[in-house]
Design a protein around this ligand. Structure first.
Ligand code: 8YV
Length: 309
C-alpha cells in the first residue's frame, strides 16, 4: 500500500490510485486507529511541503521502504530516522527551479512597484480621484541571496537581467561564482536593498532572518521569502513592519500556513501569497511524474531518479 499524508494535485492522486492500493490519511479521522489497522501494509509514503513523515509516523509504519515527496524541500521528513532505518527518500529538484525563480521576480516587482495595490486602486474607482503615489525602482538594485543553490542561482540570473548587483550568503563560498560572497547573513543584509531567502530549512537555517538581520536590512530594505516560513522569526518581522523598521516584505511562505499574522493584512508594504512558488499546471505535472517515477523505480529495484537519501 501507498499512504498519501496530505492532499496533492488531482493528477498525482489519480495516478497513485490507479497504480497502488492508495490510502488517504485524511479519510481516517482517527490516525492511530488507521495506523494499527493498516500501518503494516504501507510500503511507501507520499507527501509534500505541508506534510511528510515525522519520527512517530515512521515508527508506526514497520514496513515503510520509501518516502516520495512532491517538493524540493524535505524539512517535514525525519531524515535522520530514515537513514537509521534504511528508508529511502526522494524529492522533486530542478523541475520547479524556473517556476520558483520566476515567482520571486514577480514578488519583487509586485512589492516594489506595488502592482497588487495598483490593481486594487483601479478596481475601487480611486484612479478617477487622482494619480497613484510613486513607488520604488527594481532595476539596478542590489540583491542579496541566502542560499546560492539551484533556486538561488536561477533568481540571481534573472536579477542580472535587471542589471542588479548580486551578493550572497551560503555555508561555504562558491568558488565558481562571480557574485560577491559574505560570510554572514547580517553582512548580506547590510549590503543589499532586497534580501531573498532561497535556502533549505534545516536546524541551522531556522530563524536565519532574525531581529539583527532585519535591522541590518533597514527601513529602505525589502525582504522576500520563497523558502519556508520558519526561516523568518515572524513576530520580529511583523513588529519591524509595523514600526517602519523594514521597508517591506514579499512572502510566499509563513510560519504557520495557512495562517498569516493578522497584523500583516492591513499593511500596504507587503505582498502575501499562499505558497504558490511551484504552483502551475506545467510544473505540478512534472513534479507529479517525478514522484511517480521515483516510486516506480524503487518498486522495480532500479536506481531512484532523484534520491535525497
Ligand atoms: C510546494 C515547495 O509547496 O517544493 C517545495 O519545497 O514548497 C512547493 O513546491 C509543494 O510541496 C507542492 O506540492
Amino acid at each position: 500500500g501507498v499512504l498519501l499524508v496530505t492532499q496533492v494535485a488531482l493528477y498525482l492522486e489519480q495516478e497513485l490510485n490507479k497504480r497502488y492500493n492508495l490510502f488517504r490519511l485524511w479519510d481516517y479521522p482517527q490516525k492511530s486507529h488507521f495506523l494499527t489497522q493498516h500501518g503494516a501494509s504501507i510500503r511507501a509514503v507520499v507527501g509534500r511541503s505541508t506534510a511528510g513523515a515525522d519520527s512517530e509516523l515512521i515508527d508506526a509504519l514497520p514496513n515503510l521502504e520509501i518516502i516520495s515527496s512532491s517538493s524540493v524541500g524535505v524539512d517535514k521528513i525525519d531524515l535522520i530516522k530514515c537513514k537509521e532505518k534504511g528508508i529511502r527518500v526522494t524529492n522533486t529538484p530542478d523541475v520547479l527551479t524556473d517556476e520558483v525563480a520566476d515567482l520571486t521576480i514577480g514578488l519583487i516587482l509586485a512589492l516594489l512597484r506595488r502592482i497588487c495595490e495598483c490593481d486594487r486602486y483601479v478596481r475601487s474607482g480611486n484612479w478617477k480621484r487622482g494619480d497613484y503615489k510613486l513607488t520604488s525602482k527594481f532595476s539596478g538594485k542590489t540583491v542579496g541571496i541566502i542560499g546560492l543553490g539551484r533556486i538561488g542561482t536561477a533568481i540571481a540570473k534573472r536579477a542580472e537581467g535587471f542589471n542588479c548587483s548580486i551578493c550572497y550568503y551560503s555555508r561555504t563560498q562558491k568558488q565558481e561564482s562571480k557574485y560577491k560572497y559574505y560570510p554572514s547573513v547580517v553582512e548580506v543584509a547590510s549590503n543589499c536593498d532586497i534580501l531573498i531567502v532561497a535556502c533549505s530549512l534545516t536546524e541551522k537555517t531556522h530563524h536565519i532572518i532574525n531581529r539583527e538581520v532585519i535591522s541590518a536590512l533597514g527601513p529602505k530594505g525589502f525582504l522576500i521569502n520563497i523558502g519556508r516560513g520558519k526561516h523568518v522569526d515572524e513576530p520580529e518581522l511583523v513588529s519591524a513592519l509595523l514600526e517602519g523598521r523594514l521597508g517591506g516584505a514579499g512572502l510566499d511562505v509563513f510560519e504557520n500556513e495557512p495562517h498569516v499574522p493578522e497584523e500583516l493584512l492591513g499593511l500596504e508594504n507587503v505582498v502575501l501569497l499562499p505558497h504558490v512558488g511551484s504552483a502551475t499546471v506545467e510544473t505540478r505535472t512534472v513534479m507529479a511524474d517525478l514522484v511517480l517515477g521515483n516510486l516506480e523505480a524503487h518498486f522495480l529495484g532500479k536506481p531512484l531518479l532523484t534520491p535525497v537519501i
